[in-house]
Design a protein around this ligand. Structure first.
Ligand SMILES: Nc1ncnc2c1ncn2[C@@H]1O[C@H](COP(=O)(O)OP(=O)(O)OP(=O)(O)O)[C@@H](O)[C@H]1O
Ligand SMILES: [Mg+2]
Length: 333
């Protein structure tokens, strides 16, 4: 492990008792002070990775070091310096916000005025002062997440693990958590390891990320690097009958022959043509399809997003129901 690193993972494998292979030998590292992201769809292996790194789950094999400690030899030391926000809330709904934080503090061996001060400070930072004496069961989803976050921070961890911190929140609550996390990282220098299914979240917050799918890392780098590596615009066309394999292969062949088209791949319900500049190719695409009597139901042009990076590496979208891209232009055929 390099001195600049805070997490080092080599060839990590997790096979659950029922035989499920959740992690197929992943390797990555996180540097001190970094905001690092793990982006992937449901079931990719994100929570499994967090559970292992935070000592809650035993790894099957591989080598893991966290904060300079070996995972197997020094789990107690690791637990002292990390904070964890799990995917499921740890709040006791019968206790008030303040009581919840005091309880978490005592679990971290904190007492007396040190604990009192820390609790007050955190209630202020996550803006729950006003609701401090209300039972947490009556908090909104966003307030519960903020209380969970405050609980994870009680002992001033230098490394914070966040498992999908904003899933299920409305856009406003999500944005306020983003601001707070960004501040924690920039101003207090806390290293953050975050998992998410939200492309926008990874793009906005993470300075470096790994994209994970089916227990394997499919790509890694800064959001900009990842997007530049696929380095092109995409024209996606939907076919009336996407299951018609003859039509698919014929369409692909036609697209491939167009000058400026670098690559043609499958996409949900259609086909995607990639090129450096969609504006320059679109007219040729329309003409070529028309000449061959292929009438797509729609044509979209877009610049790369992290979802396109995922599509490029896996042939699927992360969240097909939520199209993580904003078409710059749509032409209905
Ligand atoms: N206790 C378990 N026993 C068996 N299989 C499990 C167990 N926990 C998780 N899995 C499986 O391991 C794989 C990875 O699950 P994991 O919870 O790590 O995914 P995830 O990326 O966190 O997904 P999500 O975004 O839905 O939270 C999935 O196939 C899941 O069904
Ligand atoms: Mg999960």
């Amino acid at each position: 492990m390099e001195p600049s690193e805070i997490i080092s993972v080599e060839n990590l494998v997790e096979v659950y008792a029922d035989g499920t292979r959740a992690l197929e030998g992943i390797s990555f590292n996180v540097k001190k002070g970094e905001f690092f992201g793990f982006l992937g769809p449901n079931g990719a292996g994100k929570s499994t990775t967090i559970k292992i790194l935070t000592t809650f789950l035993r790894k099957t094999s591989g080598h893991v070091q966290v904060a300079g400690y070996d995972l197997e030899k020094s789990p107690k030391e690791i637990r002292k310096v990390i904070g964890v926000l799990t995917q499921e809330t740890i709040i006791d709904v019968d206790l008030t916000g303040k009581e919840n934080l005091r309880l978490q503090g005592r679990l971290q061996q904190m007492h007396g005025s040190v604990l009192d001060q820390r609790v007050d400070e955190l209630l202020k930072t996550v803006q729950l002062e006003e609701f401090a004496n209300k039972p947490a069961g009556r908090y909104s989803g966003g307030m519960k997440k903020r209380l969970d976050l405050a609980s994870a921070l009680i002992h001033k961890p230098k490394l914070l693990f966040l498992d999908e911190p904003t899933t299920g929140l409305d856009p406003q609550a999500r944005a306020s958590i983003w601001d707070y996390l960004d501040e924690l990282n920039r101003e207090e220098g806390i290293t953050i390891f975050l998992t998410t299914q939200y492309l926008e979240e990874a793009d906005k917050l993470c300075r470096r990320l790994s994209i994970i799918d089916h227990g394997k890392i499919v790509a890694g780098g800064s959001p900009t690097e990842l997007k530049q590596a696929i380095g092109h615009d995409t024209i996606t066309l939907s076919l009336k009958n996407p299951k018609d394999s003859l039509l698919r292969s014929e369409t692909k062949r036609i697209l491939q022959e167009i000058p400026g088209v670098m690559d043609v791949t499958d996409s949900d319900g259609g086909i995607a043509a990639h090129g450096m500049n969609a504006n320059e190719i679109i007219a040729d695409v329309v003409t070529a399809l028309d000449r061959n009597n292929i009438r797509p139901t729609s044509l979209n042009m877009s610049s790369p997003t992290l979802d396109d990076v995922f599509l490029h590496h896996t042939g699927r979208r992360i969240r097909p129901e939520e199209l993580g891209r904003k078409p710059t232009e749509q032409i209905l055929m």
